[in-house]
Design a protein around this ligand. Structure first.
Ligand SMILES: [Zn+2]
Length: 643
């Protein structure tokens, strides 16, 4: 602004610029790229996880110095893992990594963080040093707004990548880690790692490559329960449960049977396994940070404390385990080539997340239904909600589905003002609709003799027993689909992934024998979703989702609320002259069908009050799936348990 005020008069002579213009500073030397060569020796990693009051993990690490560097002395670069598998983004919690002290042979060495790559630490290694001793801490967030709380008085989630440094210049699979952990006395744990020995509270694990260590976190807890999900099977599968309170661990025989059925149904789907044992790490907590993170032979699943004890209210939570389990096949074993990384500091590229996450989201719902974790009606209600959400959200008009695979890097799940327009990680749920489209198309092309089950078996089920990651590209997906049923799959996928336009991909529902419809009654599934997440869902009528005090948590672009200037963060204080009440607002919306008067809404944003008029007469609207046609519906066949 100031520049305009002091702009020279039109006839002033331009000032001659004699000084040299700035030039970029010389960039520091690049960090050594990873090479596929063995790192000599084992790195010993000792974690103390007993400081429950302060949520502090304390680490000690002994890193061998390669012989050549030992002979010459010089710079050794150690890396903190930055790009984490499953997060699809540079999410390593570097800010919580603290107290780093490096010693060699009892002499303290300085360390310097790389000025460009702040995840890299330069260590000046004296000649003759054979190993480095590192001491550090991982300071777990102590409240959710700092990040994911990884330790509570009753449980902890130990993610090795947050509490280690590793040498630059090597593939992570070429670095051998020898890890141990000290837990609070009397605690139990679950992990995909194999135990070498236990002495008191110290557990020592068998040496594994770095990528395997990072892929095998630990869930430990004071109140713990372990259930066998594959009794008598050659390849064990367990459910390891930690809870805030011992009462929450009360899994009923029926609930156990449904979780066991998940293992059976997944085996029938994929016809293979890519682990030698598998552990579901299940935390029932409203204190430990929520999580849903896949691994090759385990998964981290964070759910509400009442997952078992308030089973009837938890339907929306119950596709989490099927989702994360599916990832053992789709994501961990088969992985997009551009997402595979030689070490944790090479950027991941997310272009195929619509397969990695989208098809996993699809199988998560389908396997949940096939195993009885959710009922037929609940999966239909879940699909109705997804279909309505993506029909209402019209960000597709400017941003195609494939582009949303960049969102983990762009937005990292930060709150945004106009989610339905900006789009988010839509490749999950809209991706699932695309795969329903593919599934029903395969069925119609083959007169119901083939389906996406055949694709899953052919694509993810190869090399039974192997857990060496097999990478793929888009062309491989197209080829595998063509093997199941010849069709122009490239054009089919292109139209759904790369095109823009307002229409959600609902052809799968139509072909599946259903159509999206709206009534003034919520499904029990949506009611549970609202209760668990503590909000009121009016996205399909007024165009808002509201917190319990009327504060807007979501607004639909181009909706009546949007047109009235209602945005996220504003609070609905009163409706038609009466203070906000969720049930009364619903009644007002219901009456809007016949009531010709517009709705008067008093808004509050910070100190500003504003009255807006919403001339809405569409009634209260909630999504449902309605059966079309007669005879067996394709979608009903899809969600039926496989014999
Ligand atoms: Zn996932």
């Amino acid at each position: 602004m100031l520049a305009f005020l002091i702009a020279p008069a039109a006839d002033a002579q331009p000032q001659v610029q004699d000084q040299a213009q700035p030039q970029p500073a010389t960039a520091p030397a690049a960090i050594a790229a990873p090479q596929d060569r063995p790192f000599p020796g084992h790195i010993a990693l000792r974690i103390d996880a007993t400081d429950l009051d302060r949520h502090i993990f304390t680490g000690h690490e002994t890193v061998p110095v390669p012989a050549q560097l030992s002979a010459s002395g010089g710079d050794m670069v150690l890396l903190f893992p930055k790009w984490l598998p499953g997060d699809h983004s540079p999410s390593g919690e570097l800010d919580a990594f603290a107290s780093l002290v490096v010693n060699a042979g009892g002499t303290r060495l300085g360390w310097v963080r790389d000025p460009v790559d702040v995840y890299a630490f330069h260590i000046p290694v004296p000649r003759g040093s054979t190993s480095l001793d590192l001491d550090f801490q991982f300071l777990s967030p102590t409240e959710p707004k700092q990040g994911r709380v990884a330790m509570t008085p009753a449980m902890l989630s130990l993610q090795w990548n947050n509490m280690l440094l590793y040498p630059a210049g090597y593939f992570s699979r070429d670095i051998t880690m020898d890890a141990s952990v000290t837990l609070p006395a009397g605690w139990s744990f679950g992990t995909g790692l194999d135990v070498a020995s236990t002495a008191g509270a110290v557990t020592h694990f068998k040496p594994v490559p770095l990528n395997t260590l990072v892929d095998n976190p630990m869930l430990a807890g004071r109140y713990f329960r372990r259930e066998d999900l594959a009794p008598g099977a050659a390849v064990p599968v367990h459910l390891d449960i930690a809870a805030d309170r011992p009462d929450d661990l009360a899994i009923t025989p029926d609930q156990l049977a449904r979780h066991r059925a998940l293992v059976v149904q997944a085996q029938r789907l994929f016809g293979s396994h890519h682990y030698d044992h598998y552990d579901f790490l299940l935390s029932l907590s409203d204190e430990l940070g929520g999580i849903g993170l896949e691994h090759h032979r385990s998964s981290e699943n964070g759910v509400e404390p009442g997952y078992f004890t308030e089973w009837d209210k938890m339907a929306p939570e119950r596709d989490l385990l099927p989702h994360e389990y599916t990832h053992s096949w789709n994501g961990k074993f088969r992985r997009p080539a551009d997402l595979w990384q030689p070490n944790f500091n090479v950027p991941e590229q997310d272009s195929l997340l619509w397969v990695y996450e989208g098809q996993t989201q699809y199988w998560g719902k389908i396997l949940a239904a096939r195993s009885g974790l959710i009922s037929r009606q609940e999966v239909l209600d879940s699909l109705a909600y997804t279909a309505a959400t993506y029909s209402t959200g019209i960000g597709r008009s400017w941003r195609n589905l494939e582009d949303t695979t960049n969102d983990p890097v762009i937005a990292s799940r930060r709150p945004i003002p106009f989610r339905s327009w900006q789009r988010s990680e839509d490749y999950y749920e809209e991706g699932a609709l695309v795969w329903l489209d593919v599934d029903t198309r395969l069925r119609s092309l083959t007169h119901d003799s083939k389906s996406l089950d055949d694709f899953a078996r052919a694509f993810f089920g190869i090399d039974n027993g192997s857990y060496i990651t097999a990478t793929y590209q888009l062309a491989d997906v197209v080829k595998a689909l063509n093997t199941v049923a010849p069709y122009d799959w490239a054009a089919f996928l292109n139209a759904r992934l790369f095109a823009t336009g307002p229409q959600a991909p609902l052809d799968g529902l139509t072909r599946g024998g259903y159509r999206l419809t709206y009534t003034d009654t919520e499904t029990p599934f949506l009611k549970s979703e609202e209760a668990n997440r503590k909000y009121t869902e009016l996205s399909f009528s007024l165009g808002v989702a509201l917190k319990s005090d009327g504060t807007v948590r979501g607004v639909i672009w181009d909706s009546p609320a949007f047109k009235a200037g209602i945005v996220v963060g504003t609070q609905i204080v009163a409706v038609n002259g009466l203070s906000y009440d969720a049930d009364e607002l619903k009644q007002t919306l219901k009456a809007s069908l016949t009531d010709k008067a517009p709705i008067q809404i008093l808004l509050k944003a910070d100190r500003h009050y504003r009255m807006v008029t919403v001339d809405y007469h569409g009634g209260l609207r909630y999504p449902h799936l309605e059966r079309t046609g007669t005879g067996p519906a394709s979608l009903d066949t899809i969600i039926s348990a496989r014999k």
